[in-house]
Design a protein around this ligand. Structure first.
Ligand SMILES: [Zn+2]
Length: 364
């Protein structure tokens, strides 16, 4: 009986939220809100864009955006927003050009091949001119990011759980089934990020753990890297050909994806300067935009980013941007991974309401 009441209560709230979203969009309230905030610049962020239809070899636990969903999402957003490049948005924010009403920028982090092959062409179809932030030190086509390596190896481990220690804390990675494993893997990543106060120890811990699991299981993402469209990072040398084919910009996501506020000053400078230099050499374009790995920054980091010749930096702070603001603290909004197109439009527009309105955790 209690369960029934609880379920009825949840269904009621879900219905209420859906009706609210329907009302806000169809009554024209959303247009009114957007008109009032038309000078704001919204920056959307995407990670992997891939579908099981393209790659059935394995399925990452970290959620990806289906290309069809991206296409539908941009179709609805293009009816409400005007897509601009990040460089154009920067001119608007810096007051150099007249604002474009309801400007929207699309950004992609990490530089996966699937972003160049699948997501960029979809963006261009809607006249969106996205920016892809690449990890310069991983642009050799041979290496992967730690969270993808871990994701892959966890799915090739025979046991149903892995007992681990982080500092004094014992933690169990529960791999019983896919749903449990997805939550457990996310929890583990978040716990590790919180625990390690410097990224040298963090990366050493992760590397040791992943290498041990790869040896035990006999499976490593890097062995299948060449044919893996889920997690393969684009070679820096191949990016020029994408720039020749598509409208896009390239930015830096540092050399090694270390969190910049968790390494020393010398390392920050190296990550910023070297990535900029290598990208400019190998891609043949000016590299003037940065994306902070994991969205983490500090005032010291910001100063070094400015000193390093970057003109902007994007964070993972949620919200929109307005002329006159600090362009080294650009806020972004996640492209919702699930929900109807109406909900997608609502959550992109009212990013701040996402937590209160989300029906489950799938938006994160
Ligand atoms: Zn990243």
């Amino acid at each position: 009986m209690t369960n029934l009441l609880e379920n009825l209560k949840i269904s009621f709230f879900v219905l209420l939220k859906r009706m609210t979203i329907y009302f806000v969009i169809h009554s024209g309230l959303i247009r009114l809100y957007m008109h009032k905030n038309r000078r704001n610049v919204t920056i959307l962020t995407l990670h992997g864009v891939m579908s099981e239809e393209y790659n059935r070899e394995w399925l990452p636990l970290r959620p990806q955006i289906d290309p069809k969903r991206l296409d539908q999402g941009l179709a609805i957003l293009s009816g409400y927003y005007n897509f601009v490049s990040l460089s154009m948005a920067l001119d608007i924010l810096n007051g150099k050009v007249e604002p474009v009403d309801n400007a929207m920028v699309i950004t992609m982090d990490d530089g996966y091949v699937n972003q160049f092959e699948l997501a960029v062409p979809i963006c261009n179809k809607y006249d969106a001119h996205p920016i892809v932030y690449v990890v310069a030190g991983k642009g050799d086509g041979l290496t992967s990011l730690w969270f993808d390596r871990l994701d892959y190896v966890l799915q090739h481990i025979k046991s149903e759980e892995i007992a681990l220690t982080i500092g004094d804390e014992k933690i169990v990675l529960d791999l019983r089934d896919r749903l449990v494993a997805t939550k457990s893997y996310k929890l583990f990543r978040d716990k590790c990020k919180d625990h390690f106060v410097d990224d040298y120890t963090f990366n050493e811990y992760m590397n040791n753990l992943i290498s041990r699991l790869e040896t035990e299981s006999g499976h490593s993402l890097e062995n299948i890297q060449n044919n893996d469209l889920w997690c393969r990072l684009a070679r820096l040398g191949s990016i020029r050909s994408y720039l020749n084919r598509y409208n896009l910009e390239i930015g830096s996501h540092t050399m090694s994806h270390y969190r910049l506020d968790k390494v020393d000053r010398l390392k920050i400078i190296q990550e910023l300067e070297l990535s900029k230099k290598i990208i400019e050499e190998k891609v043949g374009e000016k590299c003037i935009h940065l994306c902070y790995p994991n969205g983490d920054y500090s005032e010291e980091v910001i100063q070094l980013v400015k000193d390093g010749g970057y003109l902007s930096a994007t964070t993972s702070d949620s919200g929109s941007n307005f002329p006159g603001q600090n362009v080294y603290k650009l806020k972004r909004v996640h492209f919702p991974l699930s929900g109807s197109m109406r909900e997608l439009l609502f959550f992109v527009t009212f990013g701040g309401l996402r937590k209160a309105f989300s029906f489950n955790n799938s938006y994160d």
